[in-house]
Ligand binder design. Structure first.
Ligand code: CAA
Length: 385
């Protein structure tokens, strides 16, 4: 058992940390304030190929398609500085570019994947609807066949990258399958007539990232834009989320790490009652608990990535790591604010933002309750893993 990153992964970690601290950190608070990502950083992220991390070089990516550990390294380091950026690139890479690479035809890869991998176009994964949140199978957005086209009608909500995306993976109901809905995934170009962006959400956390409602009114999509096969939508969406949760977990590990680092720094600097507050046991316990929880989340996250790279079943571990890492980040951000006292409530200290950002990790790509349900289903149906 080897817990160490290899030399390339270590270098990638170093380079990404340097990049994130140099370019993302100085504008992270502003992105949060204005609810928009910085355009200059966007261009630099493209140059670094961070939109193509999980895609082979032949399709414009960074060639790390078999190295999910490296994808975690990148996502963790970006998340350590700004969760808004890590969810933007993370969602783009893990639940749009990656499934297109895994399940797409060669034509679809040529038409859509190359632009996504190069960051020329941003992607969004469109599953959630007003009445289909945790119950993902309840999708109501309808697709009806008309010759060699499908006509999409309905709307999606809470789509990460929704308002800035140009390539969408849209989960639509295409009929019935026994007692369940038949779901199919369509690749939709946002230039298509009838498509529009609805409400842009004003969120608690990851405010720099775009979250929008998307509206489809008689949107015509060619049959060739079906991802996988008609009726495969639910399974493909679930497999996609298995991978996506690795990315969210890595983001949470980075965010938790940032909260820990800020707490250590503050506890060593802040003097009360004649000594740095880090000398008080109450503060020490919080710092120890944070470190233990974050490291547990990190180990599980990299284990899920490792299993994925070995071609082994990783859905169970991916739910476990997302649950543990997101709850660790939330607790760490909570305690970081507590350690900072009154200053922790002020925007002048980043822990205020970490606290709001951390809550998102416990909700998106499946709430903590859904992760517990997936874990329990695996254990009860398949036994101890
Ligand atoms: N991989 C492959 N197949 C899977 C699977 C997986 N991970 N999970 C389920 N399936 C299959 C099952 O084997 C079953 O197949 P059969 O019919 O052949 O037996 C079928 O799918 C149905 O499975 P379930 O009965 O378990 O399905 P369910 O309706 O009870 O729901 C659920 C399962 C786990 C609760 C699912 O609905 C779920 O994951 N919900 C959460 C949705 C979610 O995470 N949403 C996040 C939105 S995306 C997002 O947030 C992205 C973003 O922008 C940040």
């Amino acid at each position: 058992m080897d817990f160490a990153l290899n030399d390339e992964q270590k270098l990638l970690k170093e380079v990404t940390r340097e990049f994130a601290e140099k370019y993302i950190a100085p504008v992270a608070q502003e992105s949060d304030d204005i609810q928009k990502l910085d355009e200059t950083v966007m261009e630099k992220m493209k140059e670094m190929n961070y939109f193509g991390t999980c895609i082979p070089e032949e399709y414009g990516g960074a060639g790390l398609h078999n190295d999910t550990v490296s994808f975690c390294v990148v996502t963790e380091e970006i998340g350590r500085v700004d969760a808004s950026w890590s969810v933007t690139t993370g969602v783009h890479c893990s639940v749009v570019a990656k499934p297109l690479y895994r399940f797409g035809t060669e034509d679809q890869k040529q038409q859509f994947l190359i632009d996504l991998a190069k960051g020329n176009k941003i992607g969004a994964f469109c599953l959630t609807e007003a009445n289909a949140g945790s119950d993902a199978a309840g999708v109501q957005l309808k697709a009806e066949k008309d010759g060699d086209e499908w006509i999409l009608n309905g709307s999606k909500i809470f789509a990460t990258n929704g308002g800035i995306a140009e390539t969408l993976l849209v989960v639509a109901a295409t009929g019935e399958k026994g007692s369940r809905k038949e779901l199919t995934i369509f690749i939709v170009d946002t230039d298509t007539h009838g498509y529009s962006v609805g409400v842009k959400e004003d969120k608690l956390g990851v405010r720099g990232s775009n979250t929008s409602e998307l509206v489809f009114q008689d949107v015509r999509v060619p049959e060739d834009n079906i991802l996988g096969k008609q009726g495969d939508g639910f399974k493909l969406a679930m497999q996609t989320l298995d991978f996506g949760r690795i990315s969210i977990a890595a983001q949470c590990v980075g965010l938790g790490q940032a909260a820990l680092e800020a707490s250590i720094k503050y506890a060593n600097e802040r003097v009360q009652f004649g000594q740095p507050i880090g000398r008080f046991q109450g503060i020490q316990w919080m710092i120890s608990n944070m470190a233990c929880a974050i490291e547990s989340g990190r180990l599980l996250t990299y284990k899920a990535a490792y299993l994925c790279d070995q071609g082994k079943e990783y859905g169970y571990t991916s739910s476990m790591e997302k649950l543990v890492a997101s709850e660790a980040a939330m607790q760490a951000a909570h305690d970081a604010v507590q350690i900072h006292g009154g200053y922790g409530l002020m925007k002048a200290y980043p822990v205020e933002r970490y606290f709001r950002d951390a809550k998102m990790g416990e909700i998106y790509e499946g709430t903590s309750e859904i992760q517990r349900l997936v874990i329990a289903n695996h254990l009860l149906r398949k036994g101890i893993q």
